[in-house]
Design a protein around this ligand. Structure first.
Ligand SMILES: CC(C)(COP(=O)(O)OP(=O)(O)OC[C@H]1O[C@@H](n2cnc3c(N)ncnc32)[C@H](O)[C@@H]1OP(=O)(O)O)[C@@H](O)C(=O)NCCC(=O)NCCS
Length: 422
């Protein structure tokens, strides 16, 4: 096997040209195998968010041998502000060029690229977490649900003011977007992709699961209230995505009844499974109506990287400040310093009479030396302030720290839907 110098002799890092996409496609299929061939085709040609500068390549002696895609995937923070995010996908090196540092070189290049693009957050999905942990990505939980239905009940179609019908794209696009927005805002969802309009119609997300199947309309007003992307499987449904308008909580019953009634026709035991934010009322509603048990699975195939702690906090400051104002801490002065030990980033949040100011460096009376993983668990609301104190080993200060953290970083749902993958 040819040795490749780490200093870069013989190696060229570059971005793809439009006419090189067929070669890139071939490299991806040789690195990953033939299984995802169609997925890669759509990724390269049917995703309107792709630009050639996002496709980062390593060339050896004029041949493209390694690939990383930095997808542009801005995400919502508590449904209120947008965090620019780089999604790392298609990390692959041709078999004969592996273990020579090429993917690592490209990932470091991707980190620089994200910094230049002001993407303070990064996400990836993997089964080899350790490989990415060396470079600063940290495991983050994702939730799936599963409901085994012995005999699905059939419900009459009298749904009061609501009407469930098959979704029509592109005709229903404005309604779908509105429901998606209301869902993210109403439930204060983090990590949901802030999708451009064109993305809803692209072949790539469609292939990955963004295929709205059912939509619920509030008949008197004509307003859309909920939709689901439910794929029929051999035994039931796989739910890739769902959203509802929180001002119409009854709509979840209507949607659940519609899915169960479709399942009832087969008279066989069925399985409804899918992706969900933790503790979302939709799977709970399906399980209750079906008189079935709800199972959850937590995986940590998702990883997050804080490329720039200061920028992450700066962008979300208006959200944090709003909650601070409504809390008993609004008249107090305090400062919290977060030191990400695995990235050596230090930022202090100074709160003075309800106003927040960020400072690069330390100086807080409350100091947290933590890993990126721990920071993300707090920042993205996976656990309460008190739970977090135990994880972060700051029980000594627990009574002082936990209430403040719970105000600034309250528990809230996160989800990354199937169609937004990269
Ligand atoms: C994973 C992959 C991209 C690494 O590419 P590469 O150019 O060989 O990477 P590097 O040379 O920079 O790093 C190699 C390191 O990755 C580790 N690695 C590679 N595959 C691994 C695996 N499946 N599990 C754990 N570690 C793995 C190697 O052990 C090596 O570790 P070391 O540096 O401690 O010796 C390459 O093996 C590949 O293309 N695999 C098939 C596609 C794939 O699975 N991609 C990852 C999707 S998340």
């Amino acid at each position: 096997m040819r040795a490749i110098s780490q200093e870069g002799i013989g190696i060229k890092l570059k971005t793809a040209q439009e006419d090189e996409k067929p070669v890139v496609w071939d490299v991806l299929c040789r690195a990953f195998g033939e299984g995802p061939r169609e997925r890669f085709r759509r990724q390269l040609w049917e995703d309107s968010t792709v630009t050639t500068d996002q496709i980062r390549l390593a060339e050896v002696d004029g041949h493209i041998v390694s690939h990383v895609w930095v997808a542009n995937r801005p995400v919502l923070y508590r449904g209120q502000v947008v965090l620019p995010m780089g999604g790392i996908g298609g990390v692959g090196t041709l078999p004969e060029y592996r273990n020579q540092g090429l993917a690592t070189l490209l990932l470091n290049d991707a980190i620089e690229y994200m910094r230049a693009k002001d993407q303070p957050l990064s996400m990836l999905f993997t089964g080899i977490n350790f490989f990415y942990a060396r470079l600063g990505w940290a495991d983050f939980p994702q939730f799936r649900f599963r409901i085994r239905v012995e005999r699905a009940p059939y419900f009459s179609s009298d749904d009061g003011p609501y009407q469930v019908r098959p979704c029509q794209v592109p005709e229903d696009l404005p309604i779908l977007q509105e429901i998606y927005k209301r869902h993210s805002e109403g439930l204060q969802v983090s990590l949901a992709h802030c999708r451009p309009s064109s993305f809803w119609l692209d072949g790539h997300p469609r292939y990955l699961g963004l295929r709205p199947s059912h939509i619920v309309i509030h008949s008197p007003s004509g307003q859309g209230c909920a939709y689901v992307c439910a794929d029929k499987t051999d035994h039931g449904f796989f739910i890739h995505e769902f959203s509802y308008d929180h001002r119409h909580p009854g709509v979840l019953t209507v949607l659940s009844k519609a899915l169960l009634s479709e399942l009832a026709i087969s008279k066989e035991p069925g399985l409804i499974e899918g992706v969900t934010p933790w503790m979302h009322p939709f799977p709970q509603k399906i399980a209750t109506l079906a008189q079935a048990s709800l199972f959850h699975e937590v995986t940590e195939a998702m990883m997050l990287r804080i490329n720039d702690l200061y920028r992450c906090l700066e962008i979300v400051t208006p959200v944090l400040e709003k909650d601070l104002w409504l809390s008993p801490f609004k008249d107090q002065d305090f400062a919290l310093t977060f030191h990400l030990t695995d990235q050596d980033q230090v930022v202090t949040i100074k709160c003075t009479r309800g106003k927040m100011e960020l400072v690069r460096g330390d100086g807080g009376s409350l100091f947290f030396r933590i890993t990126t993983r721990l920071f993300c668990l707090l920042f993205f609301g996976v656990c309460s302030g008190r739970q977090w104190c135990y994880l972060a080993n700051c029980q000594d200060n627990e009574d002082k720290v936990a209430p403040v953290l719970s105000v600034l970083f309250p528990p809230h749902p996160t989800v990354y839907w199937s169609g937004d993958h990269f």
